[in-house]
Design a protein around this ligand. Structure first.
Ligand SMILES: NC(=O)c1ccc[n+]([C@@H]2O[C@H](COP(=O)([O-])OP(=O)(O)OC[C@H]3O[C@@H](n4cnc5c(N)ncnc54)[C@H](O)[C@@H]3O)[C@@H](O)[C@H]2O)c1
Length: 280
């Protein structure tokens, strides 16, 4: 077992029964992190140090669960477009609850799962140009607005109360790219582990927004933010190019948020248990 050299050893993870957590937790546990899993539903696969079945709106239990943690990775949420009231309650109120509980419990660092859809209406850049890590928000959905609010809440808790906050604008986290757009936006499961480990281990992050993306040959999302926290992606969607070339809509070629910019963006409809990498 490799014991992390950083101060963050005990790490609470919200949404620990979810799909992204399923990708990253084994890797973080292998690196020596003690994981406290938090989710509103139980998990049969969780192998960390402690578990709390708790909804984000149970603020008392949430704060108690964070006691003694050095950092929080906040993944719990609705991972796709949904009705406004649900997104407001879970993604916005829920993020404020996690930040407030972190502040009360004395947690030093919070890593927030943002999304490419906070800036989904940013045009796909011309050849060779990149989209900065902190490009101004241009949400393409209510979901995107909820992630923009998550970033703003992170900024507030950093500026006012000194929490260290890393917002990871996750692009397309899937086992493999599913279409042409993902040749540029793919985040591989192995790179997701590298990214969250970097966000936990980097010294003095202050407040940062970084793209969550692999080292894709056709990538157009900046890798500077990732590099500044020591994230070194190793995977490249290009190895899958032959499988997905030509699989693209006009939306995919126009905006970085692809078809989620269309008048009928994919919605959060399937039961949570059947969602795999849904929050692209
Ligand atoms: N998967 C991707 O490609 C991707 C891309 C961009 C952003 N994200 C973000 O990453 C995070 C995780 O995504 P995922 O794909 O693992 O989603 P998921 O739906 O598989 O997991 C989310 C988890 O959050 C839990 N949860 C939901 N509401 C809760 C509440 N009120 N209290 C406690 N737990 C609650 C659910 O039970 C679930 O286990 C989400 O915030 C999502 O928006 C994911």
């Amino acid at each position: 077992m490799v014991v992390p050299s950083t101060a963050a050893r005990r790490v609470a993870v919200t949404g620990a029964a979810g799909s992204l957590a399923g990708d990253i937790l084994p890797g973080l546990i292998e690196q020596g992190y003690e994981i406290v899993g938090i989710d509103r539903r139980p998990s049969s696969t969780f192998a960390g140090a402690a578990w709390e079945t708790c909804s984000l709106d149970d603020r008392e239990r949430l704060t108690a669960a964070l006691a003694g943690c050095d950092a929080v990775i906040h993944l719990a949420g609705i991972p796709l477009e949904d009705d406004w009231d649900s997104l407001l309650a879970v993604n916005i109120d829920g993020t404020q609850a996690v930040l407030e509980a972190s502040r009360s419990a004395g947690v030093r660092r919070v890593i927030l799962a943002s999304s490419i859809h906070a800036a989904g209406f940013v045009p796909v850049p011309e050849d060779g140009a990149v989209v900065d890590d902190d490009v101004a928000i241009r949400p393409n959905t209510f979901y995107g607005v909820s992630k923009a609010a998550l970033e703003a809440l992170g900024r507030l808790y950093h500026d006012r109360w000194g929490l260290e906050v890393v917002c990871v604008r996750i692009a397309s986290r899937f086992a493999r790219p599913l279409d042409e757009r993902m040749l540029s936006t793919w985040l591989s499961p192995a790179d997701a582990i590298r990214l969250f480990a970097a966000a936990l281990g980097a010294p003095d992050v202050g407040y940062q927004v970084v793209w969550g993306v692999s080292a894709n040959t056709r990538g157009y999302l900046s890798t500077d933010g990732g590099a500044s926290i020591g994230y070194v992606p190793r995977d490249d969607a290009e190895v899958f190019a032959a499988d997905v070339l030509g699989r693209a809509t006009a939306w995919d070629r126009r905006y970085i948020g692809g078809v989620f910019c269309s008048p009928t963006p994919p919605r959060f409809e399937a039961p949570i248990d059947t969602q795999v990498g849904a929050g692209r």
